[in-house]
Design a protein around this ligand. Structure first.
Ligand SMILES: *[C@@H]1O[C@H](CO)[C@@H](O)[C@H](O)[C@H]1NC(C)=O
Ligand SMILES: *[C@@H]1O[C@H](CO)[C@@H](O)[C@H](O)[C@H]1NC(C)=O
Ligand SMILES: *[C@@H]1O[C@H](CO)[C@@H](O)[C@H](O)[C@H]1NC(C)=O
Ligand SMILES: *[C@@H]1O[C@H](CO)[C@@H](O)[C@H](O)[C@H]1NC(C)=O
Length: 192
């Protein structure tokens, strides 16, 4: 009888231990990691002048692909679906196109929805000024009609070594299919 009781007790203890381990496991999965405090914030602007067949001297971006039959000097109708542009845009600390640039925004965007204006952005800020030296690389979906859009900061070099965070962009100016200016509010959560 005493042995039997001991066995039951052991089984109970074992069951208890297993339950605790399992419950903890489930708890771990449901618990979110706490977001660290931002370690750096900067706001920059970049300016995109789209080549339209006549502005070769000033253009900073150009369509390099478009749907079959489309004209590469004119954005397609149909919400520009399928248009792919490559850019090398000046970056400034304020919203003035003619301010001294602190670097270049280099990359591409393509329009990827047929029923609204929406693009995908992939680009790098190449910064070489007294304040900033290094690169920050961005990527993400850009639902253009929303006032604020968050894209990912996926990495960096130099002053921004292995940067990670969020960039909130908004269209600060828009002049037809020729010029637009984006304001980029960069919040980094990883800095070295
Ligand atoms: C470039 O822009 C300036 C001023 O914005 C204008 O005077 C000039 O004609 C433009 N050049 C070309 C090639 O479009
Ligand atoms: C594209 O459209 C422009 C303006 O209508 C025209 O001048 C140009 O010749 C067209 N290019 C091609 C390749 O069709
Ligand atoms: C950055 O600017 C300095 C000074 O203008 C220049 O000497 C240097 O080559 C530039 N570096 C890069 C990577 O462009
Ligand atoms: C930039 O974004 C951060 C975080 O969302 C916000 O606290 C800050 O006010 C923004 N800065 C500007 C100038 O919009």
């Amino acid at each position: 009888m005493a042995i039997w009781n001991g066995r039951v007790l052991n089984l109970c203890i074992l069951w208890l231990l297993v339950s605790i381990v399992l419950l903890n496991g489930i708890d771990c999965h449901s618990r979110k990691k706490k977001l660290p405090k931002p370690c750096r914030n900067l706001v920059l602007y970049f300016h995109d002048i789209i080549y339209n067949g006549k502005n070769a001297g000033n253009a900073t971006s150009t369509l390099v692909a478009a749907p079959q039959g489309a004209n590469l000097t004119i954005m397609t109708g149909n919400y520009h679906f399928g248009d792919l542009a490559v850019f090398d845009d000046p970056i400034t600390v304020d919203n003035n196109l003619h301010s001294p640039p602190v670097g270049r925004a280099q990359g591409f965007y393509f329009y990827d929805m047929k029923n609204t204006f929406s693009a995908w952005l992939g680009f790098t800020f190449v910064l070489n000024s007294t304040d900033y030296k290094g690169t920050i690389t961005f990527g993400g979906a850009d639902p253009i009609l929303a006032k604020y859009r968050d894209i990912s900061v996926v990495g960096g070099t130099g002053d921004f070594l292995m940067a990670r965070g969020i960039a909130t962009i908004d269209t600060d100016a828009y002049e037809g299919d020729v010029y637009f200016r984006l304001r980029v509010n960069i919040t980094l959560y990883e800095c070295y």
